[in-house]
Design a binder for this molecule. Structure first.
Ligand code: NDP
Length: 276
């Protein structure tokens, strides 16, 4: 008899999620027989589906679009990373039955950059495109990793201002207008944390943003990242990375939280890289 699914990923849609495959690959490294499934829940059904899952013996859940803010809201306890982001991508059942929310986006992205791609972020001038959940998830970690300045630019300026205000370090983190992108100079690190690629829109960024030593990073991967990575290459950026490594690293953080083992992410990343 197979193990009941004590782990799951919630999203809508969820059919293309790589999380079940990543968690199974991690579990195999430790000989763990893992029950992990993908649960498609429309927004109105999300809270009920989560409650049912944990009431039926669920131990941990990954949460992806569009439920990260709802996951944060329904939790009883929230990690500092989740509080800073205002969203959660991990829900864990505590021994007393309450739910804890955590956000691993920032640690996952910075580890992908610093350990997999061996980038020392200290002293970089960074441009963060977007101010949604993922941008909020990575902003503090980029600052913690030592970027010198963080310029936040969002299509809707209010969200960028809210993020800069929440960071509260005006000398390091500030905003500019999307309309002024052509006039704000060049950056060492350009992070695309918009969902434009996923939504099938082009960003139309000026080449002047990418200096000769620029590192460009798109949080999305596969076809969704293709436009930004092509722009980075055409702009003469030194490096252009997608978010596949971040996805694997964020999953590793959740896996360690639930199972107490740190998986080796590299073979899992390499297997996925052959396909994306
Ligand atoms: P949200 O919906 O919370 O935010 C979307 C952001 O994209 C907003 O800032 C929005 O601006 C901006 N945006 C959308 N369309 C456009 C456009 N055409 N032009 C300019 N800006 C646009 O999404 P998330 O923050 O959760 O996710 C963002 C991306 O990050 C997604 O592609 C997601 O797949 C990826 N991601 C990858 C992860 C990984 O592990 N690799 C983890 C988490 C996210 P506005 O406020 O004006 O609407």
């Amino acid at each position: 008899m197979s193990e009941p699914s004590r782990y799951a990923v919630f999203g809508h849609p969820i059919g293309h999620s790589l999380s079940p495959q990543i968690h199974q690959a991690f579990a195999q490294q430790f000989g763990i027989a893992l029950g992990y499934r993908a649960i498609d829940a429309a927004p109105a059904a999300f809270a009920g589906a989560v409650r049912d899952f944990f009431a039926d013996g669920g131990h941990g859940a990954n949460v992806t679009l569009p439920h990260k803010a709802a996951a944060f809201a329904l939790a009883d306890r929230r990690s500092e990373a989740a509080q800073r982001a205002g969203t959660a991508n991990v829900l864990t059942r505590l021994p007393d039955g309450r739910l804890a929310a955590h956000n691993t986006d920032g640690t996952g992205m910075v580890r992908d950059l610093t350990e997999r791609h061996r980038v020392d972020l200290r002293g970089h001038t960074a441009l963060l495109l977007g101010a949604g959940g993922a941008a909020r998830g990575v902003a503090w970690n980029l600052l913690d990793a030592g970027v010198e300045t963080l310029t936040i630019v969002n299509r809707s300026p209010a969200a960028a201002d809210a993020l800069a205000d929440a960071i509260g370090e005006p000398a390091r983190a500030h905003t500019r207008y999307w309309e002024d992108l052509a006039d704000i100079g060049s950056y060492d690190l350009i992070v695309n944390a918009t969902s434009a690629g996923v939504l099938g829109s082009a960003l139309d960024l000026p080449f002047a943003l990418a200096g000769a030593r620029a590192l460009c990073y798109d949080l999305s991967y596969g076809a969704a990242a293709a436009g930004f990575l092509a722009w980075a290459k055409a702009a003469g950026a030194r490096y252009a990375f997608d978010g596949l490594g971040m996805l694997v690293e964020t999953a590793a953080d959740a896996f360690e939280l639930w199972h107490g083992h740190r998986p080796d992410t590299e073979p899992v990343y390499r297997t996925l890289r052959e396909r994306y």
